[in-house]
Design a protein around this ligand. Structure first.
Ligand SMILES: Cc1cc2nc3c(=O)[nH]c(=O)nc-3n(C[C@H](O)[C@H](O)[C@H](O)COP(=O)(O)OP(=O)(O)OC[C@H]3O[C@@H](n4cnc5c(N)ncnc54)[C@H](O)[C@@H]3O)c2cc1C
Length: 310
């Protein structure tokens, strides 16, 4: 049994989500290979070869892979798929774009958002915004999985010594072209990789207050900033800060929620955090049901006091 992890990378290095995906692949049992489909991506392939537990890196290099266009990467995955029992993707925007194309072409069912591997063919995944866990068995010859990265520890980025096999790259599918990207510049840690996140909710009341109250706390803790959907929809915080079912799924060491009620859609994105601190003036707020530490207080008083005490 050989398992292929489809790496997420930027041609120079391998993104963190790939490491969690390798851990999930190893849990399936068997040899684990990694596919790097990139452009001038020798450095990413070399980095992938260092990941502990990986025995082979497949490196396909072509201009059409430079920006990870799903149509092109899916074609490359399909070109090698017959040699693999499992094709494993991170459940990130990129992985979720490629995996369904591969599953459809192979005519197999995709198993999405795997949080636990019970055996080579049986997996756990959350349903109903994380309120229930489904155990799913796949009898398909090839298992196509997307892995919720917060469910698995990252594999060690170094210590491995995989061989690198250069593949002949599949032809450009010609179905899409890369036009451009606007990447938000951010000096803070990336939300899904941050060890500490401070998140604000509707209670902040305005973008000015959000920044005035939450940024000093994030600065003190070296934290990433997050927000509830209500705060994002009201324009208090940018879209890419949203945590939850329709935002980012995070599991930092410490998650501080200020003025967030704890709707199930928000909890779905953060309840696996190691330590959760909630500050809310309503003692009945559902966020307290998942909090390790709860402070029933006015955040406009409590957060500045916390900043001063740190
Ligand atoms: C399909 C769908 C998907 C969704 N996806 C997401 C998602 O991804 N992420 C997400 O967050 N939501 C999501 N939502 C929205 C979700 O249901 C809630 O509406 C939202 O999370 C509420 O945000 P909030 O907690 O900031 O606001 P509210 O629910 O209004 O809570 C504000 C809280 O602040 C407290 N508060 C008020 N003033 C103060 C003060 N001065 N000091 C301290 N506490 C105070 C209040 O007691 C209250 O608990 C989704 C909804 C749907 C239907």
């Amino acid at each position: 049994m050989t398992i292929l992890v489809i790496a997420e990378h930027d041609n120079a290095s391998v993104k963190g989500a790939t490491l969690n995906t390798v851990t999930a692949a190893l849990a399936c049992g068997g040899d684990v290979h990694i596919l790097i489909a990139g452009a001038n991506a020798g450095a990413a392939a070399a980095a992938a070869a260092q990941i502990a537990g990986v025995s082979k890196v497949l490196h396909a290099d072509a201009p059409g892979f430079e920006h990870g266009l799903a149509e092109n990467v899916a074609a490359q995955v399909l070109a090698v798929a017959s040699g693999y029992s499992h094709l494993v993707f991170p459940a990130t925007a990129s992985g979720k774009n490629i995996a369904p194309r591969v599953a459809a072409k192979l005519d197999v069912a995709q198993i999405s958002d795997v949080t636990k591997v019970l055996s080579a063919d049986t997996f756990e995944r959350p349903i109903y915004a994380g309120n229930a866990i489904a155990t799913v068995q796949s009898l398909d010859a090839t298992k196509v999985l997307t892995v919720r990265t917060t469910g698995f520890d990252p594999a060690a980025a170094t210590g491995g010594s995989a061989t690198v096999e250069v593949l002949s790259a599949s032809a450009d599918a010609g179905k899409s072209t890369f036009v451009g990207s606007e990447i938000a510049k951010n000096d803070r840690p990336e939300l899904t990789a941050a060890k500490i996140i401070v998140s604000g909710g509707r209670a902040l009341g305005s973008a000015e207050k959000f920044n005035e109250v939450m940024i000093p706390l994030a600065d003190k803790l070296g934290a990433a900033l997050g927000a509830s959907r209500a705060a994002v929809d009201a324009g208090y915080a940018p879209n890419d800060w949203q945590v939850g079912q329709t935002g980012k799924i995070v599991a930092p060491q410490l998650y501080i929620a200020a003025g967030i009620s704890g709707a199930i859609q928000h909890l779905a994105g953060m309840k696996d955090s190691k330590v959760i601190v909630a500050i809310n003036k309503d003692g009945e707020a559902p966020i307290f049901s998942v909090a390790d530490y709860g402070l029933e207080a006015d955040l406009f008083v409590a957060v500045p006091e916390l900043v001063a005490a740190l």
